[in-house]
Design a protein around this ligand. Structure first.
Ligand code: 4NP
Length: 157
């Protein structure tokens, strides 16, 4: 049994690529990389083909995550055929995904931070127009969500 997970934010240059690399690191550490497929995408089209935001990359690098090779792409209805679990970073992303969700989708569409065990919030705040500390906050929330998500998926594998 394998499971595929897609992380979705607005631009696919800050939050969802961070979730992709953090979750991949946890999955690899657990030896589950052959069982869990991971990708990320954005609901918007402004940054298609771009590398993650430099502020996101340097915050990630300070914690040992490498994301230079990622490139932004836009989510599409086809992603609901290709992924079992589609997780939104905030409620606006979730509403956009619910609007494009095909009727026959039998997987999970939800909020990523619903898997977090410590965070007191349920949305990963958009760091794009904020200060530098926003990027560390994104990482804190995503590490929390990634650990809870991995434990939840272990039960399905
Ligand atoms: P992300 O952050 O959704 O976490 O990738 C953003 C990136 C770009 C923009 C907004 C949010 N933007 O407006 O261009």
């Amino acid at each position: 049994m394998t499971v595929s997970v897609l992380f979705v934010c607005l631009g696919n240059i800050c939050r969802s690529p961070t979730a992709e690399v953090v979750f991949r690191q946890r999955v690899q550490a657990a030896g589950l990389e052959d069982r869990i497929r991971i990708d990320s995408a954005g609901t918007g089209d402004w940054h298609i083909g771009k590398a993650p935001d430099p502020r996101t990359r340097s915050a990630a690098q300070r914690r040992g995550y490498q994301m230079d090779s990622l490139r932004a792409r836009q989510v599409s209805a086809r992603d609901f055929d290709d992924f079992d679990v589609v997780l939104a970073m905030d409620d606006a992303n979730l509403a956009d995904l619910q609007a494009m969700r095909p009727a026959q989708f039998g997987g999970v569409l939800g909020r990523f931070l619903d898997y977090a065990r410590h965070a007191s919030v349920r949305e990963v705040p958009d760091p794009y127009y904020g200060g530098e500390d926003g990027f560390d906050r994104v990482l804190d929330l995503i590490e929390d969500g990634a650990e809870g998500l991995l434990d939840s998926l272990r039960e399905r594998l």
